[in-house]
Design a protein around this ligand. Structure first.
Ligand code: SAM
Length: 244
């Protein structure tokens, strides 16, 4: 790919909107497609569950109440990874509806397995780029919460433009939150944590729920990886803002 900026500078009145690249490419992606094999069990659960709980990407707005068949708080989680946290949260909060978005196929397979084993009816998965899902399918003021846990830190400076937490995407996500809805990110990469705090603070429609970083709320379970890191003295930072 050349050095052409694929997220165009916003035209007046178009701030925060993602547009297709000048040369027909999409925006800069926050992920690279990784090869990876599904286990036999993941493959079986994927084939069984995705037709039932998969939300297929189409560039058309969806009615989330119709997707879940009920009016309940709707929480979006971007980058569910292997789905351990996602499944635990959905299991412990069955009165909420969750939408997980992930591009890594074995991760989607692992989450399908969790959904089947835990018999979760309040979790849907979209296997697609989160930026396009949010931009094209989610109506304004349709979400009660957004979770972005341990997004790829892209720690080489020349890759920083791939980070998810950047002003245009944060503005886009904030527009999809209802007034009073929350925006929760967490990372174990200190420099990214400060970027999160800075970018969310600069978004005028959001307000910090804490003075700086937030304590980890009960609903976000500690992962095995995080537990190990904490034992080794590594930090984890939660950033939680509210939509005005
Ligand atoms: C470092 S992992 C963290 C996974 C999980 N949240 C956790 O805490 O274990 C980040 C995940 O975000 C996914 N991801 C990154 N950008 C994405 C995007 N634009 N749309 C969907 N998934 C994305 C990656 O595929 C990866 O699985």
């Amino acid at each position: 790919m050349s050095g052409v900026p694929l997220i165009h500078p916003a035209a007046e009145g178009e701030e925060g909107k993602y547009v297709a690249g000048r040369h027909g490419h999409g925006h800069i992606k926050s992920f690279v497609r990784r090869a990876g094999r599904m286990s036999e069990a993941q493959e079986r659960h994927y084939a069984e569950m995705m037709p039932k709980i998969g939300l297929v990407y189409t560039p058309q707005q969806v009615d989330l109440a119709a997707v879940y068949g009920r009016n309940a708080p709707k929480i979006l989680e971007i980058g569910t990874g292997m789905g351990e946290t996602t499944a635990k949260i959905a299991d412990a909060n069955r009165d909420n509806d969750y939408l997980g978005v992930e591009v890594h196929v074995p991760g989607v397979g692992a989450l399908c397995k969790q959904i089947a084993e835990r018999d979760l009816t309040n979790l849907r998965i979209c296997q697609h780029d989160a930026v396009e899902l949010v931009r094209d399918m989610l109506p304004e003021a349709s979400l009660d919460g957004v979770h972005i846990f341990f997004p790829d830190p892209w720690h080489k400076a020349r890759h920083n433009k791939r980070r998810l937490i950047q002003p245009p995407f944060v503005a886009l996500l904030a527009s999809r939150l209802k007034p009073g809805g929350y925006f929760h990110c967490a990372t174990d990469w200190e420099e990214y944590a400060h970027q999160m705090l800075e970018v969310l603070t600069a978004e005028p429609t959001l307000i910090n729920s804490s003075d700086g970083f937030a304590p980890r709320p009960e609903y976000r379970p500690l992962t095995k990886f995080e537990n190990r890191g904490l034992r080794l003295g590594h930090g984890v930072w939660d950033v939680i803002f509210k939509k005005r």
